[in-house]
Design a protein around this ligand. Structure first.
Ligand SMILES: Nc1ncnc2c1ncn2[C@@H]1O[C@H](COP(=O)(O)OP(=O)(O)O)[C@@H](O)[C@H]1O
Ligand SMILES: [Mg+2]
Length: 254
């Protein structure tokens, strides 16, 4: 469903700080599966998501989504097909707008609209039912400004907003990294429920090996822009993953 072909990307080309992130990189993502991507800091995980979403351009290669090459499309044109949740809880939402306004904006993604005519009464039921699924009582706070919500509530709201238009692909970039462990678990569970309920193909970058195994169908480990492990989650344990991680990284340093 998503194919990355012969992707090459460097930053600061032609300068002393030139850094090659990907070189002829290939990746296939299966439909209706959650693929976790793990790997050390700076190995290119966010860069990959940024290239898929068009936030940054690629040097060479192709990104193909459902048979359509999207690499040359602008970020706005790709956004219709993609949902995204960032690491920072204030990035996916507008803090000074209410929950209802945020959801209405997400609902109107890809359409022209005026803010005054934004909130249609008929859509309220849909928003309330989406929020009820989260079990956080947000359906009773529709007119609360998002800046008054906790990080976990914001990330959950971002998640629903990213998923509500049934994106072809959902991109999660360490979306629970800024949360405390308990809240992170709640948001991860909700994430799994939501992507299973709506059958959304997902790439989940994770900093947490346990989460990567528990909440995905497949785990890919990246190191310096290369896939060094690619296995069904069911064949992995946290211990095994940590062991592989250590071995591979030591090998690469040696
Ligand atoms: N826009 C950018 N300009 C220059 N360097 C960048 C940019 N984005 C990322 N990098 C560099 O690319 C490398 C990979 O970054 P990133 O993809 O964010 O890693 P991570 O796997 O931690 O998400 C890092 O060395 C980072 O400093
Ligand atoms: Mg990152």
């Amino acid at each position: 469903m998503l194919m990355v072909r012969k992707l090459s990307k460097s930053f600061n080309k032609g300068t002393d700080n030139e850094i090659s992130i990907f070189n002829d990189f290939d990746l296939d993502i299966e439909k209706n599966k959650c693929t976790a991507i793990i790997g050390p800091n700076g190995c290119g995980k966010s860069t990959l998501l940024n290239i898929i979403s068009g936030t940054i351009s690629l040097d060479k290669g192709k990104i193909i989504l459902n048979g359509e090459e999207i690499s040359s499309l602008k970020e706005e044109s790709r956004a219709i097909h993609l949902g995204r949740v960032h690491q920072n809880p204030s990035m996916g939402v507008s803090p000074s707008l209410t929950i209802l306004e945020n959801m209405s904006l997400a609902d109107k993604k890809g359409e022209n609209f005026s803010l005054r005519r934004l909130i249609k009464k008929g859509n309220m039921d849909k928003y309330i039912s989406l929020l009820k699924d989260l079990d956080l009582g947000l359906e009773n706070k529709l007119n609360t400004k998002v800046k008054f919500l906790s990080g976990g509530q914001r990330q959950s709201l971002s998640l629903v907003m990213a998923a509500m238009k049934y994106p072809n692909l959902l991109l999660l970039d360490e979306h629970t990294a800024a949360l405390d462990p308990k809240t992170s678990n709640v948001v991860m569970k909700k994430t799994k429920e939501l992507i299973e309920k709506y059958e959304i193909t997902t790439i989940m970058v994770s900093h947490n090996m346990k989460d990567a195994i528990e909440y995905s169908d497949r785990v890919i480990m990246l190191d310096r822009g290369q896939i060094i492990l690619d296995k069904p989650s069911i064949q992995l344990t946290e211990e095994k993953l940590i062991q592989i991680y250590r071995e591979k990284l030591v090998q690469n340093v040696a």
